[in-house]
Ligand binder design. Structure first.
Ligand code: ARG
Length: 586
């Protein structure tokens, strides 16, 4: 763990209180200083109450002794007893200005790299080959990407694992159908890049129908499955073609969404094929898996299924085939043993909670997953339609991801056009795309992860309220203030200037950035960052309403410009970690 470049005031106060505890009651060294932000002062410590209880003395006396221990600290201007056993702490103006200067001077805004030395595998997005990305892939893609960015910024070595669904019996059926219907074009060259996967999706459905209706076709399709699994050259070549065309289409959506995933991150199901047999053997040898009615299963020792018997992972089917459970077992084994990951995150919807609970349990029993490795199912809730039910098309079908994005960009376009009459169409399109995509991502990431939310383009792109557009606009507004100041480079900060209350609130919020990022990494909840940025935009608005910047006398003007610069950079950076663009104008 490397130390943060600029220690947040919260941590400075906590260490001052910890020192005061040692001075007041040496036997209580190491006790939690219980420091947090306060609405009565800048910070408060609630340590005196539990310590007094422990020592069996009146809280007021302990608090008074803590106050003694805090006097003389140069960061703390004032420490006052409040209520029975609370201490309210006000930071010295000079210390607040010093934080601004130190963060402004650092390319990383003074944020350290506490995740240095850890390797984190994040399983996210994972669409299925020959199927279009749909509403169900939105949350995994953007939550996973935000976590990848946060851990990466905090110094972690992030392995982005896009576990594409590219294997299974359905491909035998699809390949057989395609070969029997050469008159039906599907390649990008014939149907266009936008239509390849939707065409494949349609062909797959046609294949499925024929499979159900025509026993002869069903037989030929089954033979094709065997050919694919057996590595038959022409069948494998066709499969590769289908995979490549699908990957191209996913790549186009990733570009549009502005997520980090590239072909280097593809770790598809087929990648684990050669490891499946070994995985099963190892599970059997270790007594984790057992034979059951011709199949091989792992029976849970902890969880029962709906029928009251132990929940089961299907490790090998009766016909010798492998499925989703086996792949995930081989995957967790590989990520721990071969990739040497310290931390594994699986970003999939909450309905897969039991599946991953069983995978983690099996991996523990097999001895792969030890105390040295942390695993988390990063579960999330459902995207709902206007009717409050899981989002479907009017016809009851699956909503394509592209259509969702188009709807949000269209909504953003009208909002931006209204705000900027006369904006040239090309510029309007570019801004609408950034605002619309940003709005979708922000609406998702600002919602508590496990909650459901409604996909509502008009609400998501509103200029007012807790929206991506509001935050992009807040950032653009600060940039416009700075433009009017002549876009100065680094300005000197005079720490002897007295602070205005709105300025104080803004600086305290700016100083929280590193603490919030640590919380996101700890809780795997990007909405904490979203909420923080919204608060930052709100306190900036209050600051700007009461503290003139451009017309202030020096040295106050420079100080305030430094605060504006830091606010703009922090907002842009935080939006960047959420994967959201921060255009200079909106
Ligand atoms: N391909 C699956 C789907 O689209 C998601 C895979 C999630 N990741 C995993 N390791 N099981 O539903």
């Amino acid at each position: 763990m490397s130390a943060p470049t600029v220690l947040p005031l919260l941590a400075q106060v906590a260490s001052a209180v910890a020192d005061a505890i040692v001075r007041a009651r040496p036997d209580m060294a190491g006790a939690d200083p219980v420091v947090r932000r306060s609405d009565r002062a800048d910070f408060q410590s609630n340590a005196a109450l539990p310590l007094a209880k422990r020592a069996g003395e009146p809280p007021a006396r302990l608090a008074a002794d803590l106050l003694d221990g805090l006097s003389g600290d140069e960061v703390i201007a004032e420490a006052l007893a409040a209520g029975p056993g609370f201490v309210n702490i006000t930071i010295a103006d000079a210390a607040l200005w010093a934080q601004v200067a130190a963060r402004a001077a650092d390319a990383r805004l003074g944020v350290g790299e506490p995740a240095t030395g850890s390797r984190i595998v994040i399983d996210y997005s994972a669409p299925n080959v020959a199927k279009e990305m749909h509403v169900g892939h939105l949350r995994t893609t953007i939550i996973g990407d935000a976590l990848a960015r946060v851990f990466g910024f905090l110094g972690g070595e992030v392995v982005r694992a896009n576990h594409l669904g590219d294997w299974g019996t359905q491909f035998g059926m699809l390949i057989q159908y395609i070969d029997e219907h050469p008159e039906q074009p599907w390649h990008t060259a014939a149907v266009g890049a936008d239509a390849t996967v939707s065409t494949l999706d349609g062909l797959y459905r046609a294949a499925r129908a024929e499979f159900d209706a025509d026993p002869d076709f069903a037989d030929r399709a089954r033979t094709r499955v065997v050919a694919l699994q057996g590595g038959d050259a022409s069948t494998v070549a066709r499969w590769r073609e289908i995979v490549a065309e699908s990957e191209r289409a996913f790549g186009a959506i990733y570009d549009r969404l502005g997520v980090l995933l590239t072909p280097d991150d593809y770790a598809p199901e087929s990648f684990y094929n050669p490891m499946l047999a070994d995985t099963v053997t190892e599970l059997l040898d270790k007594g984790v898996a057992t034979h059951s009615d011709g199949a091989i299963v792992v029976k849970s020792e902890r969880v029962n299924g709906p029928d009251g018997t132990p929940a089961v992972l299907m490790v090998r089917k009766g016909d010798g085939g492998y499925g989703y459970d086996t792949t995930d077992l081989a995957t967790i084994r590989y990520r721990i043993s071969t990739l040497a990951a310290d931390r594994l995150l699986y970003v999939t919807d909450s309905r897969q909670a039991l599946h991953f609970q069983l995978i983690f349990e099996a991996a523990r029993r097999a001895g792969w997953l030890t105390g040295a490795v942390t695993v988390d199912h990063v579960a999330y809730g459902t995207i709902l339609g206007p009717d409050g039910r899981p989002f479907k098309t009017r016809a009851g079908g699956t909503v394509r991801l592209t259509d969702l994005l188009d709807a949000a960009v269209a909504a953003a376009r009208s909002v931006v056009a209204e705000k900027n009459p006369g904006l040239p169409a090309a510029e309007l399109d570019a801004i609408a795309e950034q605002a619309g995509i940003g709005a979708v991502k922000y609406a998702d990431l600002s919602t508590g992860r496990v909650k459901d939310y409604t996909f509502d383009p008009a609400r998501m792109t509103a200029f007012n309220g807790n929206t991506g557009v509001y935050l992009q606009y807040a950032h653009a507004r600060i940039r416009s203030i700075l433009r009017r100041a002549g876009d100065p480079g680094p300005v000197p900060v005079d720490v002897t200037v007295p602070l205005d209350p709105a300025e104080r609130a803004l600086i305290l919020t700016l100083d929280d950035y590193a603490t919030v990022l640590d919380e996101v990494a700890r809780t795997l909840e990007p909405h904490r960052l979203a909420t923080h940025l919204y608060e930052l935009a709100t306190v900036f608005t209050e600051f700007y309403a009461t503290c003139p910047v451009l017309t202030a006398p020096e040295p106050l003007r420079d100080n305030r410009i430094a605060v504006c610069q830091l606010a703009a950079r922090t907002l842009a950076h935080g939006l960047g970690l959420l994967g959201i663009a921060a255009p200079a104008r909106l």
